[in-house]
Design a protein around this ligand. Sequence first.
Ligand SMILES: Cc1ncc(COP(=O)(O)O)c(C=O)c1O
Length: 427
Amino acid sequence: MKNADLQARKNAATPRGVGVMCDFYAARAENAELWDVEGRRFIDFAAGIAVCNTGHRHPKIVEAIRAQLDCFTHTAYQIVPYESYVSLAEKISARAPGDHPKKTAFFTTGAEAVENAIKIARAATGRPGVIAFTGGFHGRTLMGMALTGKVAPYKIGFGPFPSDVFHAPFPNPLHGVSVEDSLRAIEQLFKADIEAKRVAAMIFEPVQGEGGFYQAPLEFVRALRKICNEHGILLIADEVQTGFARTGKLFAMQHYDVIPDLMTIAKSLAGGMPLSGVVGRAEIMDAAAPGGLGGTYAGNPLAVASAHAVLDIIDSEKLSERAVVLGDKLKAKLNALKSEVPQIADVRGPGGMVAVEFCKPGTSDGDVDFTKRVQTRALERGLLLLVCGVYGNVVRFLFPLTIQDAVFDEALAILEDVLTETIGATV
Ligand SMILES: Cc1ncc(COP(=O)(O)O)c(C=O)c1O
């Protein structure tokens, strides 16, 4: 099989709307390495867009799925339930922030978790409104798109969107938005667009993913909690990208002294199997009437088995601690390169949720060209990197947290070469 042949077939068989970054095709993958159909090796710093924090084909995950395959693959939990769903809900509820009673429901995709969190919030409050933030990404379903604070490419041509969704600016000091600006804008929304007592929920990412790995400042998250408390609004933390040890804690909200009412989870929850969930205050989770939540495949037993293995691996391999060690090493490397690579405007991110932002030297104008060149050159050298950010000028690093030290060091050496060569090539 040749990549070029597959590329021609793909272009004829699948729509361009399913945009594909790479022009090579996966044959197999193991931990942090991936090989294409022509036998070329890549170091995978994309991890299936933050899904494989526990690496590709971790033996415990393979074993868990295999064992489940031998029992049953699907009954539809809403028809014939199974213990593994219940025990996973118990584990997630116990580990989510807050000492209050919690419940967890499982779904399939991140967008579906977001949809259901909004449904639950509306059912619990009897209110329609939702406030989301610019630069936020919440999925490609209609409500997911409505909540997403980034038009291109996610919303173009797909409206009209569900109503009663409003956006306030997410704090971003690098681009001139302070916490005060964001909070003032929320007060403005209550004056100009919707009265506070008609707002069901505010949804935010503790660290924006697609939006550029900007972390919500502590005073901002505290202020959101205060506004929500004042007006009876529910606070939803979208942890789809931040969850499962990526930021150095099981959940990013554990970096804050703020408890969300609901939390959405997906991606690395099940290490490559499609599984998502909503976890939150038991009385709020119970607001939806029986039959109002679920889905044919929601909480699929193979995915649930994989998620049990993921939690076990995170604990036994101390992946939260490992995220911090690896993230610090990467940030130190990038910071050390700042003097040589003037495009490096910012190096940031908690634990292993690291990003580097490139701007035209001496300005805060995003250098999209430079960013693309870095990504392309890295790929030529066998390192798979993802770009993100409202301005498309951020490289995010989503290496499996299980990556071997030697492979991580190899990737860092490639990154250093690529950054210094790219700066050379632009002069
Ligand atoms: C924070 C956040 N929410 C929701 C989603 C949507 O998840 P999915 O693509 O699984 O529907 C994503 C996906 O990137 C995300 O990062």
